[in-house]
Every structure is written in structure tokens, then in C-alpha cells.
Design a protein around this ligand. Structure first.
Ligand code: C2E
Ligand code: SIN
Ligand code: SIN
Ligand code: FE
Length: 391
């Protein structure tokens, strides 16, 4: 009897520690997808079960979505509000503890069929925000020891209130960075008004290629994100260039080209003394994206590592995409010819490490180029598209 109490006390103590740890972990993560991943992992550990999914309620679509494992991949699934266990919990706002899923009429076997997984027991709890509004559902599946207990239910409710506020914060943060990004793109698009549609595509390409290269070079996730958001501003200084030069339908004279070169200085001036890290990066990129690795670029003839890393990356992305697009002064090149040109210029115009990374992920660059040429719709690169890969 006595030993049983201490055993129980020990278990409780471990759970409390796990809960404290949970609180500090979720409060640090501001991005939705990694946050959901952390929450799911923590809940699995705390409850001692095989799976945990966090379903987020999408009020517009009246459905709940979650990322679930399918082998090594993750895919997004959606469940209509009110249907299945998850939809039922969302609609009723009440927890359910189901010891045998296959004998519960509310349980839908579709998902098991899709994932090849065998659900035995389920504990599902609504996620509510501070105002009591449903924002999602927690679903814990297959308790290692027989089935979920009342105590598990209590713990999951406790976790859900912590998780709900972290999720709300992350959603807010995501909306903010989406709108920040939209502002950046609109600003950048106005800088080159020769052809808005082409400019929008070019900027999107620069962003995608730069972040692919940065990721392939092993830069941190934060750096990859920064270069992806900051790179579209590289030519913002073109707003300072006279139309007669910027829009000239043909080759520039040497004098005109001297004038054109100033777009780097104008860009740096526009973005100078910014508070945000993002705009500081954008400033260095705008200033130095036409510097060359061998020191023969402009405006300052910087060489090698004197050129900020982001600028060395954007330089490759910019030239590759400029070559692949039709300009008033040149026809478009075949992507493979442009790739060869970039590789030839390794150590001359470009940083060899950047070129190596570019060459390594060239198939992905091609794929990205293809996909924007097929669907010429959005100016804004999808954050959600990138996030899909992360989970
Ligand atoms: P952009 O058109 O976006 O080109 C960016 C960079 O891609 C160029 O920087 C250059 O390094 C590379 N690039 C573009 N087309 C070619 C090409 O046919 N061959 C090679 N080898 N590289 C190419 P760059 O030269 O410093 O030019 C900066 C910007 O100045 C260009 O941006 C464009 O807006 C303007 N520009 C340059 N030359 C001309 C020209 O002859 N006529 C007109 N109208 N604009 C020009
Ligand atoms: C910088 O280090 O970013 C400024 C150098 C330049 O103007 O190219
Ligand atoms: C940055 O520009 O903020 C990152 C590093 C670099 O470009 O040197
Ligand atoms: Fe430029």
C-alpha cells in the first residue's frame, strides 16, 4: 500500500515536470507548424501513447485540419465539422474517451485506411481559446497501457489550455509575417514598373532560388527565412533611375549603364538605418548584389568574403533568373545554358561555395521556375507551401 502511494507520487512528479517543460517549450515557439509538432510530441510523452494529432479548426471551410504521418511523409488531412470523433468533439465542445474505436459509431475508419494505421483507443479534447471559442481538437491515440484514464483526461485538458494560447499566438504571428511580406513585395514590384507581371515573377524566383541555395549551404532556418524575405528588395533602388534609362528598349550606352549602376547605392540609401534585421539584410543585399567575387563588380569593387554572404547568394539567383527571362535588350536563355554560364563564372563573378550549392539543388530550382511559369497567379510566395515541407 505504502509503496503504491510512493510509486504514484513518483509518477505524478514526473508528469508535473513534463508539464512544466511543456509550458516553457511551447511558449518559445512562435511558428505554427513547428509548434504543433512540439505539442504533439510532448503530449505523446506525457500521456504515454503512440500518436497525438492537433487538429486546427478552419471556420471558413467548416472543417478541421491536421498534419498526419503517412510513412515518412506528412500530409494534411481535413475532417468536416461535426463528423467523426474529431468533428464531434469540435461540435459538442466536450471531451471523449473511447476505449474501443472500432465499436464506436462516431469513429470514421477512412483515416486508418488512408494511413495504414490501426486505431484502438482515443482520447480527444477540444482546444478552446480564452473566450471559450473552439480553435481545434487534440486527439491522443493508442495508450500503451490498455486505455486512457480519467487522469489522462485531466492532464490533456490542462495541456489544451496552454496549447490553445500558444496556437493563437502562432496564428497571429503567421498573419503578421504574411502581411509584412505582402508589403515588401508590393514595394519591390513598384520599383520596376517596366512589366509588373514579369517583375512579380522575377522577385518570386529570386526569393525562392535564394532560400533554396541558402538551405543547401546549410544556413540556419532563420537565415534561410531572412534571405527569402529580404532578397525581393534587391533592386528597390531602381525607383531612383530615370524612366528613359530604366525602360529603354535596347542596349544601354556606357554613360547610361553608369547611371543604372547607381540603383545599388539608391537601394542601400532607401533601406539604410532600418530597425528590423530583415531590412538590414535587405540593405546589404541591395548594396552588394552586383559585387563580383573577383572584385570586378560594382559599386565598391568588394571581393570574396568582403561581399556580404546574402549578397553573394542573391547575385547568383538574380543573374540566373535574368538570363532565363526575356529582356528588352536580350532574348531569354534556356535554363541549362544559364546554369552552365553560372558554373563557368564560379570564382570569377560568383562565390564558388554559392555556385556549388546552386548546382546541387538545380533540379529544385528548375521545378520552382516551372511551377511559377505554369501558374502565374500569386505575387506572394506561399508561406504555407514552405511550411508544408517542414512538418
Ligand atoms: P537585370 O536585367 O535584372 O539583370 C541582372 C543581371 O543579370 C545583370 O546585371 C547581369 O549581371 C545579368 N545579365 C542579364 N542579362 C545578361 C546577359 O544577356 N548576359 C550576361 N552575361 N549577363 C546578363 P547588370 O549587367 O549589372 O545590369 C543591371 C541592370 O541594368 C539589369 O538588371 C537591367 O535592368 C539593366 N541593364 C543592363 N544592361 C542593359 C541594357 O543593355 N539595356 C537595358 N535597357 N537595361 C540594361
Ligand atoms: C556592404 O558591406 O554591405 C556595403 C558595401 C557595398 O556598398 O557594396
Ligand atoms: C545578413 O546580411 O544579414 C546575413 C549575413 C551576410 O549577408 O553577410
Ligand atoms: Fe540589380
Amino acid at each position: 500500500m505504502n509503496t503504491q502511494t510512493t510509486q504514484r507520487e513518483r509518477e505524478l512528479e514526473i508528469k508535473l515536470k513534463l508539464l512544466a517543460n511543456f509550458g516553457s517549450m511551447v511558449s518559445k515557439e512562435t511558428k505554427l507548424d513547428p509548434l504543433l509538432e512540439i505539442i504533439a510530441l510532448q503530449v505523446k510523452t506525457i500521456l504515454g501513447c503512440d500518436r497525438c494529432s492537433v487538429f486546427i479548426y478552419d471556420a471558413k471551410a467548416r472543417s478541421l485540419w491536421a498534419k498526419v504521418a503517412m510513412g515518412l511523409q506528412h500530409t494534411e488531412i481535413r475532417i468536416p465539422f461535426g463528423s467523426g470523433i474529431v468533428g464531434h468533439v469540435a461540435a459538442s465542445g466536450m471531451s471523449v474517451n473511447i476505449p474501443n474505436a472500432y465499436s464506436d459509431p462516431r469513429f470514421s475508419r477512412e483515416l486508418d485506411k488512408l494511413t495504414g494505421y490501426m486505431t484502438k483507443n482515443i482520447l480527444a479534447t477540444p482546444l478552446k481559446n480564452i473566450n471559450g471559442k473552439i480553435i481545434g481538437v487534440f486527439e491522443a491515440i493508442n495508450k500503451y497501457s490498455r486505455h486512457f484514464t480519467e487522469e489522462d483526461e485531466g492532464i490533456l485538458k490542462l495541456i489544451s489550455s496552454l496549447a490553445a494560447s500558444a496556437i493563437e499566438n502562432a496564428k497571429l504571428y503567421q498573419r503578421l509575417s504574411e502581411s509584412q511580406m505582402e508589403t515588401i513585395y508590393r514595394l519591390a514590384t513598384t520599383a520596376e514598373y517596366r512589366d509588373q507581371q514579369d517583375t512579380a515573377i522575377h522577385l518570386r524566383h529570386i526569393s525562392t532560388y535564394s532560400s533554396l541555395i541558402a538551405a543547401s549551404m546549410g544556413l540556419s532556418e532563420e537565415d534561410v527565412e531572412n534571405v527569402s524575405y529580404a532578397s525581393p528588395l534587391h533592386d528597390i533602388g531602381k525607383v531612383g533611375i530615370a524612366d528613359a534609362i530604366l525602360l529603354k528598349p535596347g542596349r544601354l550606352t556606357p554613360e547610361e549603364f553608369e547611371e543604372m549602376k547607381k540603383h545599388t547605392l539608391y537601394g542601400a540609401k532607401i533601406l539604410a538605418n532600418a530597425e528590423s534585421q530583415l531590412l538590414q539584410s535587405a540593405c546589404r543585399i541591395a548594396a552588394s548584389h552586383h559585387e563580383k567575387y573577383n572584385g570586378k563588380g560594382y559599386p565598391n569593387g568588394l571581393r570574396g568574403e568582403e561581399i556580404p554572404l546574402f549578397a553573394r547568394i542573391v547575385s547568383v539567383a538574380d543573374v540566373f533568373d535574368a538570363l532565363c527571362m526575356k529582356r528588352v535588350y536580350k532574348p531569354r536563355w534556356e535554363p541549362e545554358d544559364a546554369r552552365k554560364y553560372i558554373v563557368e563564372q564560379s570564382g570569377k563573378d560568383f562565390d564558388p561555395a554559392v555556385v556549388a550549392a546552386f548546382d546541387r539543388i538545380f533540379p529544385e530550382i528548375l521545378k520552382a521556375q516551372q511551377s511559377t511559369q505554369d501558374g502565374r497567379k500569386s505575387i506572394i510566395p506561399g508561406i504555407s507551401g514552405k511550411m508544408k515541407k517542414m512538418f
